[in-house]
Design a protein around this ligand. Structure first.
Ligand code: NDP
Length: 260
């Protein structure tokens, strides 16, 4: 038996600095507010400045600290500048959550070049650009957490989502390889793979497919319901926390048993 006293695990991120991409709505907004509620200073990233301001206000109203950084994650110069600006503002960078993502669903024979390129560029290149800029800082600091938001679509595929599945499977490959590159520097790199979570992204599907979508949820998900943004944020909080120091290269599914 361990001679260490039993611990109560809490997520104390006091004094830590986090970047969350795609923080203007949905999962990213919840991740940002929950990281801030647990003590982190959060740089909220997205293109829509008005919506970002709402996320920052919600965090500040709750007593947390945050700042909005309007940026397109596919633009290398903007990403590099943003990461530099965050370090200049708060002195360091401890946590990066690559959450920004889009869908452009279509069956492959009908998929346009633009639908393919947009999804790969936002979901995969965006994460690459942020991970590259952040890893340089984290390696020097010999500390850091990179969390990539993948999807069950990247694990088991999904009809009409070859572009999205490829981007999300690509994120898992990036996660596993980068975790090997950075483990010796005490920087962990993990992925979270949500299933169907109730956000704007799935609201679009519900509106488009109606009952067929709701029936599919019941048929495909052992838990018989969609997940909540808070349930995904809980996985992010764990991976961002000191308690996850020996977890790297992992893919944590949050999917109500879909891929179990
Ligand atoms: P939303 O569509 O609700 O939000 C997407 C976010 O990404 C927005 O904040 C958007 O902000 C931002 N974004 C999109 N493109 C860019 C860009 N080029 N530059 C900067 N920001 C961008 O999606 P969800 O919250 O539902 O999903 C969040 C992540 O979780 C995505 O990666 C998604 O693939 C993944 N996921 C979601 C699931 C779900 O069921 N909802 C399931 C599995 C994975 P703006 O438009 O202002 O730029």
């Amino acid at each position: 038996m361990s001679d260490q006293p039993a611990r109560k695990i809490t997520v104390d991120l006091s004094g830590q600095v986090a970047i969350v991409t795609g923080a203007s709505q949905g999962l990213g907004q919840t991740m940002a507010t929950e990281l801030a509620a647990n003590g982190a200073k959060v740089a909220c990233v997205a293109r829509n400045a008005d919506k970002l301001a709402e996320t920052v206000k919600a965090i500040e109203d709750a007593g947390g600290e945050a700042a909005a950084f309007s940026c397109d994650v596919t633009d290398r110069e903007s990403v590099d500048k943003l990461v530099d600006d965050v370090v200049e503002k708060w002195g360091k960078l401890d946590i990066l959550v690559n959450n920004a993502g889009i869908t452009r669903d279509n069956l492959l024979p009908r998929m346009t070049d633009e639908e393919w390129d947009d999804v790969i560029c936002t979901n995969l290149r965006g994460a690459f650009l942020f991970a590259r800029a952040a890893s340089r800082i984290m390696m020097r600091a010999r500390s850091g957490r990179i969390i990539n938001i993948s999807s069950v679509s990247g694990l088991i595929g999904n009809q009409g989502q070859t572009n999205y599945s490829a981007s999300k499977a690509g994120l898992i490959g990036l996660t596993r390889s980068l975790s090997r590159e950075l483990a010796g520097r005490k920087v962990t790199v993990n992925a979270v793979a949500p299933g169907f979570i109730a956000t704007e992204m799935t609201k679009v599907l519900e509106e488009k497919y109606g009952d067929a979508f709701r029936n599919e949820i019941k048929a495909k998900i052992p838990a018989k319901r969609m997940g909540t943004p808070e349930e995904v944020a809980a996985a992010v909080l764990f991976l961002a926390s000191p308690a996850a120091s020996y977890t790297t290269g992992a893919v944590l599914t949050v999917d109500g048993g879909m891929t179990g």
